[in-house]
Design a protein around this ligand. Structure first.
Ligand code: ADP
Ligand code: MG
Length: 223
């Protein structure tokens, strides 16, 4: 029975994902078709139309590439990876995006421990979380990416000074395609959860006392 339950639960998730996918891709397609018809009829504002059409195509592009990531069976390419090194790599990648909004990414690592993981997947997780942190911040400020060790566990936290998580949003986080952003895909946290689940890592999120929110990953330490 347990097995059947697990299987039907999986089917349900796949079914839900397929249903939302159809919806998410149909909207930009409908709008593309409309613009094509207007152009075919000899419309005036061609430049504006092309601009919107490219945006719609880009939306479909980002949804499909993120979905590819979800549907790919995660190849297990695991080795012992330094947590600090992965944090440094990701910081380098996102520095300019943060600088554009006057946001500083601060790395604070009090451990040189390693975790057994697929390096590119965990970097993807850090990218997703730090990008969300940048996007949540309207004002200049800082994002702290912290690594520490406690009881054979490695804890990585991404702490922002952004808008924080309302009750409503907390309930829906990680739901496929749930986004509050105009150009969001709502797949980042879903992918994050999937990767961390496959790594037997725990994942928590909560609001900070003063401002913003914290996303926390807990790994077992590699021997
Ligand atoms: P996307 O970034 O494309 O919207 P995500 O799955 O990464 O999709 O995030 C889903 C939603 O969760 C976001 O649209 C936002 O409302 C909320 N969220 C995620 N991270 C944060 C954060 N650090 N602060 C506030 N809200 C967040
Ligand atoms: Mg995101």
């Amino acid at each position: 029975l347990d097995d059947i339950m697990i299987r039907s639960e999986k089917m349900n998730v796949a079914g839900q994902l397929a249903a939302s996918l159809v919806h998410e891709i149909r909207n930009p397609l409908t709008s593309l078709k409309g613009f094509l018809q207007l152009l075919q009829a000899g419309a005036q504002h061609k430049e504006e139309y092309f601009h919107v059409m490219i945006e719609e195509v880009e939306k479909i592009e980002s949804i499909t590439s993120e979905l590819l990531f979800i549907s790919k069976p995660l190849t297990d390419n695991r080795s012992k990876e330094s947590v600090t090194k992965m944090m440094q790599d990701v910081e380098l990648l996102l520095q300019s995006q943060a600088n554009q909004k006057d946001i500083q990414i601060k790395l604070q690592s009090s451990t040189n421990a390693s975790v057994l993981c697929d390096r590119s997947q965990i970097k993807q997780v850090l990218i997703n979380l730090i990008k969300n942190a940048i996007e949540a911040m309207e004002q200049p400020g800082k994002i702290i990416v912290e690594a520490k060790e406690a009881d054979q566990k490695i804890i990585i936290s991404v702490i922002d000074e952004g808008c924080g998580l309302s009750e409503d949003i907390l309930h829906r986080l990680g739901e496929p395609f749930f986004t509050t952003k105009t150009s969001g895909t709502g797949l980042g946290l879903l992918i994050t959860k999937k990767i961390l689940h496959n790594h037997d890592a725990d994942f928590h999120m909560y609001n900070n006392e003063h401002k913003g929110s914290t996303f926390e990953i807990i790994f077992s330490k590699a021997d």
